[in-house]
Write a protein of this length. Structure first.
Length: 534
């Protein structure tokens, strides 16, 4: 009987136009190879044309190939060559182990390896070379960019900050002021630091509304950013980014940065290069804006009037974006609302979110709490529901657990290999430089395997329902039955329960009614949380 084959193909960012390396050419080579070997092709699994890194563990089509192998759906995986499968030795070892355990072999169209110690050695050497080439290419590219910037050039990848244009001056690439946009920048800083015509400093949200009302063009309108909103519609995040960007005070930064004790510094192990450019506002004005922003953030944390029980747990039922808590003052009262983050054009789906209303926090939170309270009254039914969910979630996490076992085995093997290498160095004439080279290779592989182990462990913990989770839910359920969690001052305990039962929900309008589709480990339901007129 002919062996069943699956063809796998992947391209790097610079491979798509090269003969024999683009997706279709790889698949064609795989088809020809399968025909020569007498294989029956049952599936073709090309990674997306956008490209998936050879070092990326979460490659969708490769994961599907592994899942199909576990299900016994084919016998041999056909790949053009080793570096199309993986560009790190750790990932290569993992994929091979997973397929071997499932009884699936791997055929490389270019350069097959014998199933002998020598063949394994040459294949692993190929994995090391692929990993080395990947690291060298990344390092060379990164070093070239930083050298370019250190010589005084600005590198914006074709997207200069709002208020500037890219230009060549005295042999250097720099930023020159776009005066029409710079006027908008100066106006934003003026409103934020000194206020409107009445001298009252404006908030970022007030500035956002003012910019939109006056029709000032956004960065996206001028082709400098990703289109996320209607033309002329500003976002608060855009205003915040402008006010915090030191470029406008004459210092442009390149590199991955973070703020530590109020100062902009590079992330550990990275560089942060500063290049002087023309300022749009004075440093005094910029520092005043940054100072006010920090003070407003601290003040907002201290004066927060609303506690949002379902914060980060709700999504929009129309566009899928997260819902955020907002307050609105009406006459002498302040109300809290859950509102959709995606009230602008959703670029990913090409439509506008229609969920343009707010959902009263006091109504939604009370509805959810009443629903939970009712379900926690019957302890026996609660435990039965938890056990059922535990079983279902364990099945969902099973593929990840299998991968975790494979990773753990590979880690143990590499640790043993490291110990044997040290013993060899201590008991023989193994040169120190050879020891350093081999141990460095082992450490790199171990580091990648440990990172993948942590990722899988986090996925499993998020999916599964442990005995500790069940005990926490039962304990908090007892608090509900005894009335301990009914008071408003028990917000932290009630929030703990919300997280323990993995509660989430979608808010949407249906037939003039506001509806919450709630779900958690003890059930799901459709709750009415108001009418459109409310």
């Amino acid at each position: 009987m002919a062996k069943r084959a699956v063809l796998y193909a992947r391209v790097s960012g610079d491979d798509r136009t090269k003969e024999g390396r683009n997706i279709e050419s790889q698949l064609e080579m795989g088809r020809e190879y399968a025909a020569e070997q007498g294989y029956r092709v049952v599936a073709e699994l090309p990674e997306s044309a956008a490209g998936v890194s050879g070092a990326d563990w979460d490659a969708p089509m490769l994961n599907r190939a592994i899942e199909m192998a576990r299900n016994g759906e084919y016998d041999v995986l056909v790949v053009r060559e080793l570096d199309r499968l993986a560009r790190s030795l750790a990932k290569q070892l993992f994929v091979e182990q997973e397929l071997t355990q499932a009884g699936v072999s791997i055929d490389f169209v270019l350069g097959n390896y014998d199933d002998t110690p020598e063949g394994v050695l040459f294949k692993n050497m190929g994995g090391v070379v692929a990993e080395y080439e990947r690291l060298k290419k990344r390092q060379r590219s990164r070093r070239g960019r930083f050298n370019f910037v250190r010589h005084g050039n600005v590198l914006c990848h074709g997207h200069p900050p709002y208020g500037y244009e890219i230009a060549e001056e005295e042999g250097l690439r720099t930023l020159v002021i776009n005066e029409s946009e710079a006027r908008v920048i100066r106006q934003i800083f003026e409103w934020y630091t000194h206020g409107d015509d009445e001298g009252e400093p404006m908030t970022m949200y007030a500035i956002t509304r003012m910019l939109t009302r006056l029709g000032y063009p956004t960065a996206a309108d001028n082709g400098k950013g990703r289109k996320r909103a209607r033309p002329g519609e500003w976002a608060p995040s855009s205003v915040a980014n402008i006010l915090r960007n030191e470029t406008y005070a004459g210092v442009w930064h390149y590199g991955t940065a973070k703020v530590t004790k109020g100062k902009l510094v590079g992330h550990p192990g990275t560089s942060l290069v500063a290049v002087g450019v023309r300022e749009i506002v004075t440093r005094e004005v910029w520092e005043l804006a940054v100072k006010r922003s920090r003070e407003n953030t601290r003040r907002a944390r201290r004066s927060r009037k609303y506690q949002y029980l379902l914060s980060t747990r709700l999504r929009c039922g129309d566009c899928g974006r997260g819902m955020a808590g907002r307050t609105h003052r009406w006459k002498d009262h302040t109300y809290g609302y859950y509102v959709c983050h995606g009230k602008r054009v959703i670029a990913a789906v090409g439509k506008e979110c229609s969920n343009r209303t707010g959902y009263r926090v006091d109504v939604v939170d009370v509805a959810v709490w009443d629903w939970l309270t009712e379900r926690f009254q019957d302890e026996e039914a609660l435990l039965e529901s938890l056990r059922r969910q535990q079983s279902e979630r364990r099945d969902l996490a099973s593929p990840n657990r299998e991968s975790l076992e494979t990773i753990s085995g590979l880690i143990a093997g590499k640790v043993l290999e490291r110990e044997k290498l040290l013993d060899l160095y201590l008991t023989s004439d193994l040169p120190k430089d050879l020891l350093d080279e081999r141990s460095g290779r082992i450490e790199r592989t171990l580091r990648e395997l440990e990172e993948e182990k942590q990722r899988l462990s986090a996925l499993i913990a998020d999916l599964e329902l442990s005995e500790e989770n069940i005990a926490t839910v039962r304990e908090l359920g007892r608090y509900i039955r005894e009335g301990i969690l009914a008071a408003e001052d028990d917000f932290r305990k009630r929030r703990r329960l919300i997280e323990a039962v993995r509660l989430g929900g979608e808010l949407i309008q249906e037939n003039g009614q506001k509806v919450l589709y709630v779900h958690c480990v003890i059930g799901e339901d459709r709750l009415l949380v108001g009418s459109k007129s409310q």
